[in-house]
Design a protein around this ligand. Structure first.
Ligand code: 0WD
Ligand code: CA
Length: 403
């Protein structure tokens, strides 16, 4: 991507100039050097209970099992316990990091945890990182983030306005059903014991239990994109055989419409970009796709090895190149960090907050690029949401890591 003059374009945020435009995605552009991405290693795992309480450990861990033939993805829809849409705060990820710091201090001496954290370029959810890396190929959705730079570490959370939350809570029935198909597939494909289909009284064999979207098993990994160390947290659907503390056996589950013609195939191969990026960010080596009929019956399942997915699309007209995403990610992080490190900002109003508590709004607009501006007092208030926070970070966390 080339840097634009500040007046060369404006984003959806009328007053914020484009900081960075997307790289060309045309397949002719051959990459010169590969951007290294380090195999993610797992720092710790945690679970959400049905009460949506976060706890360390694997109470929500599930084991992969082949679904019964012709599994019905509409099964149990009316019993779905749907977690209310909420702002995707970083709080539980930060709790996990606090624990990592504590363990480090215990093992390697006081202060070693903070020293380790100072070397981390970015802390965020996997879903956010997926949106950033796939932005050069995104044609429809903008991505709006809040950003803070604290003691050299960048924190990114998705910015959901009240209007957007209400919209997500109020999905049209059709879309809500389709979302449910994905969760029902997870239930048919997982069991509480490795290799043994679930048998729950009153339900067909193989049904893993009624869907409760409060319950999730999450992995927190560290990895490296180019020279930037990242700490990323994300949901893992299940493991094969057993969990050995690392992502080796992680499995991602997806549903997709059965492929009937070349157009369907092209659409699926475009979708594979998101499947691929999402999985490789957490080191998930395998993606099991359940192909379904429009009415929600599984016809076939197919297992993909994550690392082999780019090969499947290479050379096709709608091909995507993971190297473009990685190079873009590297450039995005470097530019954002540079921008947020600029001390003075003329846009700042009211009492000047210390530099590390400043909050920035980062918008990735399809076809246009990235814009960044500092939030004013009112914007910061909105992000705090009336809670005990410094910017969007919980005060208990901020006080531990900021000087
Ligand atoms: O509430 C929200 N809008 C979000 C919540 C957005 C992003 C993340 N989160 C939370 C997640 O609940 C989780 O605790 O952050 C944590 C990590 O999530 P992630 O792994 O970074 O999320 P992402 O990669 O976007 O999605 C992974 C899975 C999805 O699976 P598919 O196969 O559809 O990609 O997380 C689930 C979903 O199963 N998921 C959600 N479930 C219920 N409500 C939501 C949601 N809003 N967003 C993602
Ligand atoms: Ca999934």
């Amino acid at each position: 991507a080339k840097r634009l003059e500040t007046d060369a374009g404006t984003s959806a945020n009328d007053h914020a100039p484009v900081l960075l435009s997307y790289p060309s995605t045309s397949s002719q552009q051959q990459s010169t050097r590969a951007v290294p991405f380090q195999q993610p290693t797992c720092l710790l795992t945690f679970s959400y209970t049905p009460q949506r309480i976060m706890e360390f450990g694997d109470s929500a861990l599930r084991y992969y099992i082949d679904p019964p033939p012709g599994a019905d993805l509409r099964y149990g829809y009316e019993r779905w316990i749907k977690r209310p849409e909420e702002r995707a705060r970083l709080d539980t990820l930060l709790k996990a990091i606090e624990r990592v710091l504590h363990i480090s201090d215990t093992n390697m001496g006081p202060g070693s945890g903070k020293k380790w954290l100072r070397d981390i370029a970015l802390v965020t959810w996997r879903g956010v990182m997926t949106k950033i890396l796939t932005a050069p190929y995104e044609e429809r959705d903008s991505c709006v983030l809040n950003a803070m730079l604290v003691d050299g570490t960048l924190y990114l959370e998705e910015h959901l306005t009240d209007a957007r939350l209400a919209e997500k809570e109020d999905l049209p029935t059709r879309q809500r059903q389709q979302t449910y198909y994905g969760y029902a597939f997870e239930s048919w494909c997982t069991s509480s014991r490795p290799g043994v289909p679930e048998r729950i009284h009153g339900h067909p064999t193989g049904w893993g239990g009624d869907v409760d979207t409060n319950v999730q098993w999450c992995s927190v990994v560290k990895t490296k994109l180019g020279d930037s160390r990242l700490v990323i947290g994300g949901e893992v659907d299940c493991v094969r055989e057993h969990f050995n503390g690392q992502p080796d056996n992680f499995v991602e589950l997806k549903t997709s419409m059965s492929i009937r013609n070349a157009q369907d195939e092209a659409r699926f191969e475009k979708k594979l970009l998101k499947f691929y990026v999402q999985s490789f960010l957490l080191g998930v080596p395998e993606i099991v796709v359940g192909f379904r009929t429009p009415a929600g019956r599984i016809t076939t399942t197919q297992s993909f090895k994550t690392i082999q997915i780019p090969r499947l699309v290479r050379g096709k007209p709608h091909a995507w190149d993971p190297q473009i995403c990685l190079r873009w990610g590297q450039e995005f992080l470097a530019s954002l960090k540079a921008r947020l490190s600029e001390q003075a900002s003329s846009a700042q109003t009211g009492p000047s907050p210390t530099y590390s508590s400043r909050v920035w709004r980062v918008t990735l607009t399809p076809g246009l690029g990235v814009s960044v501006y500092p939030l004013d007092e009112e914007g910061v208030k909105e992000v705090q949401g009336g809670e005990d926070r410094v910017g969007f970070l919980p005060s208990w966390y901020f006080e531990q890591v900021a000087e």
